[in-house]
Design a protein around this ligand. Sequence first.
Ligand code: ADP
Ligand code: 5GP
Length: 211
Amino acid sequence: MASTSTPDFTRPLVLFGPSGTGKSTLLKKLLAEFPDKFGFSVSHTTRSPRTGESPGVAYHFTDRPTFERLISEGAFIENAEFSGNRYGTSAKAVQDFEGTGRRCILDIDMQGVHQIRTNHPHLNPIYLFISPPSFASLRTRLTSRGTESPESLQARLDAAKGELEYAVSEQGKADVVVVNDDLERAYGLFKRVALGEVMGEGEGDSVPGDL
Ligand code: ADP
Ligand code: 5GP
């Protein structure tokens, strides 16, 4: 059932979920459909750009010394090591949307989610877990995306186990879950969450029990 309260776009939306579950795909569709309603928090990363990823749009691509200098300067509200690379959300990436009327959307891993929950509760985001329909689908999707070496594929699948465990744990539980099974169905629900029409547990999907 849709929530009757007014959507509060000052609350950021934090997406998390295993690599390959479809977070970027869903986000890209949303930003294309509503170019004026949402703003993507552009993270810093030390990983190399993939084909089609523009600097400053997908990520701020940077080297490790620069990343570490930014940490020491206190630039990040959270940061993590994931699959051999550093990732972090700068305070600026989120602040850029304050007062603009746009809802800020973050796409971060579980370490980042934990740090925001612990250190920045005032951000008061909605936490949205994007679940795969099955564990096997992650390997298929990551392989078909064609972006990963065998080592990086394995590192992502290893990390995925932790992401799934976190999402079903008491401390990691999301406000809403979207299972990205059929893309159009999942996008329909994702869109309603982003627009603030679906905000709480019981209004979204459930994490499949056999993951
Ligand atoms: P993430 O950002 O979570 O790592 P991506 O958005 O890059 O994941 O998606 C991983 C791969 O899965 C991409 O090749 C994408 O086209 C594909 N994909 C995304 N959603 C679906 C879906 N619902 N069904 C099948 N394939 C999907
Ligand atoms: P990818 O390399 O596939 O773009 O991202 C790998 C993982 O890093 C994904 O789980 C993604 O959500 C996460 N990630 C991207 N940006 C950030 C960030 O700024 N902080 C954290 N903690 N994780 C991030």
